[in-house]
Each structure stands twice: as C-alpha cells, then as structure tokens.
Design a protein around this ligand. Structure first.
Ligand SMILES: [Fe+2]
Length: 338
C-alpha cells in the first residue's frame, strides 16, 4: 500500500498561483468531484502537490477523497465517498470527522500542515538552542552529566528531553495542539482528554553516521504500553492505555532524516515482548514536514524509520493524550521535573 494513502490533508495557504492553481483544480475535477470555486483567487491558493490534492484511501472498499483546510481554519473542499460535503460551517467539525474516522480505523492518521508555521519555527528555534546547550555539556563532561545539569528529564541513550526543555515554547506547543486537535482527540478517546504531563518529549534522532555509540533507534513498540510491566503477568488487553500520541516533526523527515514507520492496523491489545521482537517488514514510512502531526492510537505498532543512507538528524516533539479521568501510567523516564 502506498504509505502516503489514508491521510487527511490539511492544506496550507498562500504560495502558488496561476498555472499551479489551475492544475490543482484540474486534478480535483479528475477525481470526479467538484472543486471549490469560492476560494480566494489570489491569496488563498493552496500550495499543494498532486498527492495532497487527491488524497485518496480505501475505506470499507470505497475510495474516499478528502481535502481539508489550511492553518487559517478555512475549509477548501472535503470529498467524502465521491460527493462534496457542504462548505458552510464545516471547520473543525469536518476535520474532526475525517481525522477520527481514519484514526479509529487504521490507528494512525497524518494531519498535514495543521500547525501554524510561525509556531513551529518558534518550537524549532527553542529546540535548537536547547540541544546546543546539551551538546556543550556533553562535549565538556559527557552525556551522563546532562541530567545532573538541566532541570528536565534527559535520556542519554536517545537524546530525549522532557518537553519542558522548550521553556515557554512548550506551553505554546501544548496550547496549539489542544486547540487544533482537541475535538479529534476527544472523539477518538470518547470524551474530554488531558495530556500526560510527565510523558511529553523533545526528541533528536540521529542519522546513522552521526549517531553516538550509545544511541539506537526505537524498535517496534506501542505507546499504549507506557509503563506496562511486560515481564509480569498483567493482561495485555487491559494493560493497553487509551491514548493518542501527537508526534510532530520539527524538520522534514522520512527520506533524508529518520522518520516514523508504522503498521496501520489496530491490534486492540498490547503485544508481548517476544511478539514485538518477531515483527518483520518495513511498515509504512511517510515523508513528513514541519507543521504535520502524526496521530497514533495507543495500540499502533510503530518504530523509528532510519536507513543507512540518511544524512540528516531529526528533531521532533510528542505529546500523549489520555481520557481526562484516566490515571495514566508512568514510564521509566517519566518525571514532570526530572
Ligand atoms: Fe512511540
């Protein structure tokens, strides 16, 4: 299956005009659906590729084509099962319906270009500044000194920092994700949600040639297994946390920099360690951009996607949401402050 199928596309605004716009409209008509003729003819021309213009996936044996709105919140076109959904008043409700449907079915969906660029740039700058500080500590005193120096959790074998390392930008990230995706998260998890405050991370995944010897990519796992006692006899179904992870790359990834691979299905339970270790196959590996959000249900199997020819490192952030009344569970590196 095409790894780029099954996505909701959230279109960014501005950029291309004229011929590109006409081509986009042509592509939409080729999809046996009607384009949005009410779009602003100049400023609101969506900057999209053909893959984004005709984002199709198979759902229940039908081809579903969707095209949703940009960072400003204005809907362009939504196609569901070959018909155009009425434009007026769609907004978040439309995006929620689309994202939730895919998320529930496949356990994963990409909300493309759903985060405002100026916010993403702010998070990236804060991340770069913090990792520059981390690298200086490592150069002077070694990786194990970082956790003793900084006031946030630090995982030396993965260069992961508690999201608080972003300072005020961490609040910006949390508020942005919540404001844009809360309806989807609530629909997916069946009610009000809350972030797991001690399991929010800033991550840096190295290209192979840049990776320190003590680093390794993440193997197949399920985020819903956070803090689960895999060596005990707890139930693998009941042990699955109801959770959605919002994973946000702060730079392009998946082709030249490590990205994410996943198996788009819903096991509905945690997998035992031996079963996880026996998984084979590459999975699906989307190319992602800053501004995209990869939403993953807690039972989705995923891992770091990295190849030997990747040359660039990747920085990303992630926030996990659970039902508001769920106690959550602490992982081995959890800690609100340390
Ligand atoms: Fe994960």
């Amino acid at each position: 299956m095409d790894p780029d199928s099954g996505y909701i596309c959230v279109l960014s605004r501005g950029g291309r005009r004229g011929r590109a716009r006409r081509r986009e409209r042509s592509e939409v008509r080729e999809g046996d659906a009607k384009s949005d003729e009410k779009s602003d003819p100049q400023e609101n021309s969506p900057a999209i590729a053909k893959r984004d213009a005709l984002c199709d996936f198979t759902h229940g044996g039908r081809i579903v084509i969707r095209k949703v709105w940009g960072g400003g919140g204005l809907l362009d076109v939504v196609f569901i099962h070959g018909r155009t959904v009425p434009q007026a008043g769609m907004g978040c409700e439309s995006m929620t319906e689309g994202l939730t449907q895919i998320l529930r079915t496949r356990g994963v969906v990409v909300a493309r270009q759903s985060l405002p660029a100026e916010h993403v740039l702010g998070w990236r700058q804060a991340a770069d500044d913090r990792y520059a500080e981390v690298d200086e500590i490592i150069a002077q005193r070694g990786p194990w000194a970082v956790a003793d120096t900084l006031a946030f959790p630090f995982v030396p074998t993965a260069s992961s920092l508690g999201l608080a390392a972003l300072g005020e930008q961490a609040d910006s990230l949390l508020q942005t994700l919540s404001s844009i995706l809360a309806p989807t998260l609530e629909a997916a998890l069946g009610g009000p949600v809350r972030p797991l405050m001690d399991s929010m991370w800033l991550r840096r995944q190295f290209a192979p040639e840049n990776a320190p010897p003590y680093h390794a990519p993440h193997a197949w796992h399920q985020d819903g297994g956070l803090g689960f006692d895999y060596l005990g006899d707890a139930d693998l179904v009941e042990g699955l946390l109801p959770m959605v992870t919002c994973w946000c790359p702060l730079m392009p990834c998946g082709r030249d920099a490590p990205g994410m691979a996943y198996l788009p299905n819903r096991p509905g339970a945690l997998m035992a360690l031996d079963a996880l270790g026996a998984l084979s196959g590459p999975g699906q590996m989307p190319n992602l951009l800053p501004g995209d959000v990869l939403l993953m249900m807690g039972d989705l199997l995923h891992r770091t996607h990295v190849t030997s020819d990747m040359k660039r490192d990747r920085i990303s952030v992630e926030v996990r949401f659970v039902p508001a009344d769920h106690p959550g569970r602490r992982g081995p590196w959890s800690g609100a402050t340390k």
